[in-house]
Design a protein around this ligand. Sequence first.
Ligand code: ATP
Ligand code: MG
Length: 258
Amino acid sequence: MKPSAKIIAVSNQKGGVGKTTTAVSLCAALAASRVPVLLVDFDPQANATSGVGADPTKIPNIYHLVNGEAELDDVLVGTELPSLHLIGASPDLAGAEIEMAGLEERNHLLRDALEPARERYDFIFIDCPPSLSLLTINGLAAADSVLIPVQSEYYALEGVSRLTQTIELVRESVNGNLEIEGLLLTMTSRTNLSSDVAMELRGHFGSQVFDTEIPRNVRLSEAPSHGKPIITYDLASKGAESYLRLAREFLSRNGRGI
Ligand code: ATP
Ligand code: MG
């Protein structure tokens, strides 16, 4: 049997919680250990695309793969890390949603489009947009598991409960096999609020929460404007260190301990 990539959707309906930062940084950290990884940008904001230094207006991209205008080899882009490939997005993707809505197979377009990529990588990460759009449903329908970044702030748990409802809905309708890869605390700080949120999340979700937490780190917020993942932008930063630790934890949870 050919090897088959595990597909992980990085999703949270709440905006600005660290989805794209996590998708880009974790993919890069895995690729640094020579794990073959594909990052799929499925957000019209195209932040993951520019985050690895690719041009978001470059076509063809995921939009053209999903609508059948392009083949896999036309849309794969290399990055400065040899083990990390990208399928980029562009603002056009917002329009794709309207086109997709009329199709009978509308929920599974991304799953079908990524099928031929499965044999080439160990892991495929999908950076989903915020809000519960048809794009997000496609991301969750295509995935084996969902990784949920949770920003350690007051309303975090509310967002998570909405997402767990969404996951239930997705399981009942489009993807009965969707698992939870893990919840990841992001932008943590040494405030009481941050540690209260962490404690509450761990109390509620137990071992589903990654041991690794991602601290608020200014280098992580600077890296995207340089088109570089944190591990190539500033390897010595706390942000790089924490995503490298997350990569080790992720591999070990997936039976790939190093
Ligand atoms: P959207 O919902 O719009 O797609 P998102 O969930 O993908 O947002 P990001 O774009 O990853 O969130 O992060 C939001 C902002 O916070 C960005 O400016 C990013 O650089 C910054 N950021 C993310 N994680 C951290 C961190 N650990 N420390 C400091 N800044 C961070
Ligand atoms: Mg994003």
